[in-house]
Write a protein that binds this ligand. Structure first.
Ligand SMILES: Nc1ncnc2c1ncn2[C@@H]1O[C@H](COP(=O)(O)OP(=O)(O)OP(=O)(O)O)[C@@H](O)[C@H]1O
Ligand SMILES: Cc1ncc(CO)c(N)n1
Length: 263
């Protein structure tokens, strides 16, 4: 069985972070493992607390995983501090990790900052060079490139700037655009657009985590990057279209929508 590791923060309400990743990996029929960077106290209405793990303990989790069950792909989500980013980069190099998806999580869907100021630079310097693909949303891509993204051409311009930090692909997610849900991939000088059906559902807690772990799952299964993104987007759109409505705020997706017939 193919295996996928997620290195991310825990969302106690189950909609984003580690919990969304493990549900996504399981829904793809793969074996999921997790190294937890931080506990968060959050729910569909917001993030109420963050308790980070130590660098030493994160290193220990990664040693346990890589020395025993080697992952076929690795997804990295919320990593809020410089120290933890350094630990991850060192361990990924030490164990020659492959199929690395970096989701540069900066702000939660509900608007809370999930990254300390000094961590942004470390993310770009230490993790981007190791990534097979990085998956910023539009606001994150604006921060990383330093330009405003409004028109189709802006996606390309921003990606080219970000590409100076990575040899991997840059997937700029258009979920925050109003009219459509199209995503843009810049990979080794080539452009790919992935057109999405925009779903009229305000319950989008964890869309970014779900997409990146679905991409990692598809890479682990041996798909090319563009094919992994196409399949991941299809999975995500279905989970959103299912119309689950839990909690008082922006609720989670239904990861098990393809298994409904079993019940
Ligand atoms: N309403 C929607 N309908 C269809 N697809 C959507 C919708 N909202 C987001 N998406 C898709 O979800 C994926 C994740 O994009 P999004 O921009 O929401 O990520 P994100 O902002 O990183 O997520 P998060 O808020 O969890 O951090 C993309 O493929 C995007 O196109
Ligand atoms: C733990 C965690 N990771 C990522 C996000 C991004 O939505 C979140 N809300 N919580």
């Amino acid at each position: 069985m193919k295996t996928v590791l997620t290195i991310a923060g825990s969302d106690c309400s189950g909609g984003a972070g580690i919990q969304a990743d493990l549900k996504t990996i399981a829904a793809h029929g793969l074996y999921g493992m997790s190294a937890i960077t931080a506990l968060t106290a959050q729910n569909t209405t917001g993030v109420y607390g963050i308790s980070e793990t130590t660098g030493e303990f994160l290193a220990s989790q990664l040693d346990c995983i890589f020395q025993d069950i080697y992952p076929d792909a690795v997804k990295i989500g919320m990593v809020s501090s410089r120290e933890l980013i350094h630990v991850i980069a060192e361990k990924l190099k030490e164990y020659k990790a492959k199929n690395i998806v970096v989701d540069p999580v900066m702000v939660s869907t509900s608007g809370s900052r999930l990254l300390k100021d000094d961590a942004e630079e470390a993310l770009e310097e230490c993790l981007f060079p190791l990534a097979d693909v990085i998956t910023p949303n539009v606001p994150e891509a604006e921060v990383l490139s330093g330009i405003k993204i409004r028109e189709r051409e802006d996606f390309c311009q921003a990606a080219k700037i970000i590409a100076q930090k990575t040899a991997g692909g840059i997937l700029i997610k258009g979920g925050h655009q109003i009219e459509d849900a199209n995503d843009y991939l810049y990979l080794k000088g080539e452009e790919h657009w992935f057109s999405g059906r925009r779903v009229n559902n305000p319950n989008t807690h964890g869309t970014g985590c779900t997409l990146s772990s679905a991409i990692a799952s598809n890479l682990a299964a041996g798909n090319s990057l563009p094919e992994s993104i196409r399949k991941a987007k299809e999975y995500l759109t279905g989970a959103l279209e299912d119309g689950l409505n839990l909690g008082a705020g922006s609720g989670p997706l239904n990861h098990m929508y393809r298994l409904k017939d079993l019940l």
